[in-house]
Design a protein around this ligand. Structure first.
Ligand SMILES: C[S@@+](CC[C@H](N)C(=O)[O-])C[C@H]1O[C@@H](n2cnc3c(N)ncnc32)[C@H](O)[C@@H]1O
Ligand code: SF4
Ligand code: SF4
Ligand code: SF4
Length: 330
């Protein structure tokens, strides 16, 4: 197993979020507020960078900008020369002056849930959310240097899969210069049930949109979550990525526990304060994920295995590694 592959760790800084997206684990019921203590967090950053100084951090939540020490954290990482990405739906950095922290953020990303403010705000239950997030993106854009990037996350769902193109076009019209778009796939986790999961027919319509965004808007748009390549027409394969959660990327919760997939609330790979990084990286689940022992014969003899990875290994909703449900139940 190649334990040197790990390039990024996503850290859930807090469960706080002022939005109520209905599919999200944070959503309807507010979870107990959990936050890393800042002194622990600095130890975590140090431990990770001791293991490999090139590892970058993606700050997540809840909303990472609602973490009380977000500015101090970004500054700390900057001093350590670490790559930092923030994925937030507000981009409101806890009352700080943007001029103070912009230089510390390598990438700023946000999730857009629809083609305009009406749809986005209704979905996340926060009037004015779209306007505010666009304003904050534009502000970052005006202050950042050319090496800093802006990313958009788009989770394909029943209400928005037909409007990926219009959603991105609208952001561009508003002046946002987007470096990349990560397309996610709604999974039966958090408050999302199997009823909300997209059918193959709907996914194929979404790929028409993804192609259009790449070709007409010239924005690099690829799937962050994996799909089985054998059920998606070849013309779309260039917009697809295999799942890297468990190889290049891992995530952690607010107590320092590691998990593999960034969408689930499962953190069972070990704790950074109790085990060293190498032990965590050798966890059985990661071994199985890397060697693909959970996949069937069809995948093992498939010439596309290396590019496809077998699709999403937890699409069945049980958090147990398995063949992608779309193959057996499209
Ligand atoms: C949990 S949020 C945290 C960061 C930030 N609050 C945001 O919304 O961008 C990270 C991403 O998870 C996605 N997400 C939430 N619930 C999901 C689900 N059940 N399936 C797939 N993606 C989901 C959201 O759309 C968002 O892009
Ligand atoms: S998806 Fe993000 S913004 Fe929406 S409720 Fe979840 S954490 Fe909050
Ligand atoms: S396991 Fe599935 S949901 Fe989790 S990151 Fe990979 S593709 Fe996405
Ligand atoms: S690796 Fe498996 S899921 Fe992927 S294209 Fe081949 S058979 Fe399909």
């Amino acid at each position: 197993m190649d334990t040197n592959e790990l390039a990024q760790i996503g850290i859930n800084l807090t469960n706080k979020c002022s939005h109520c997206c209905p599919m999200c684990f944070v959503g309807k019921e507010k979870l107990t507020i959990k936050e890393f203590s800042f002194s622990n967090l600095k130890k975590v950053i140090d431990k990770v960078l001791e293991y490999n100084p090139k590892i970058g951090f993606i700050f997540l939540g809840g909303d990472p900008c609602e973490y009380s020490k977000i500015s101090e954290l970004l500054k700390y990482c900057f001093k350590k020369n670490a790559y930092t990405s923030v994925l937030s739906n507000t981009l409101d950095f806890n009352g700080s002056n943007k001029h103070d922290y912009v230089k510390y953020i390598s990438n700023l990303s946000t999730t857009i849930h629809g083609k305009n403010s009406k749809i986005h705000d209704a979905f996340c239950g926060k009037p004015g959310a779209y306007k505010k997030v666009v304003q904050n993106l534009l502000e970052y854009q005006s202050l950042k240097n050319e090496n800093q990037t802006i990313g958009i996350h788009f989770t394909l769902m029943k209400h928005n899969y037909k409007t990926v193109y219009k959603s991105i076009k609208n952001l561009i019209k508003l002046g946002v210069k987007i470096n990349f778009i990560n397309i996610q796939r709604i999974m039966p986790f958090g408050y999302a049930t199997e009823k909300e999961v997209l059918s193959l027919k709907e996914i194929l319509k979404a790929f028409v949109q993804i192609k259009k965004v790449n070709e007409r808007l010239k924005v690099d748009t690829k799937t962050l979550d994996a799909f089985p390549m054998c059920i998606i027409p070849e013309q779309y394969h260039k917009y697809m990525n295999k799942c890297t959660c468990g190889t290049k990327v891992l995530k952690m919760d607010a107590d320092g526990n590691f998990g593999r997939c960034r969408v689930t609330g499962v953190f069972d790979l070990g704790n950074i304060f109790k085990q060293d990084m190498l032990t965590i990286l050798k966890a059985d689940e990661l071994k199985s994920f890397r060697t693909k022992t959970y996949l069937d014969e069809k995948c093992h003899i498939c010439p596309k295995l290396d590019k496809c990875g077998g699709g999403c290994p937890i699409s069945c909703g049980s958090c147990k590694l398995s063949v992608d449900m779309l193959r057996s139940n499209p």
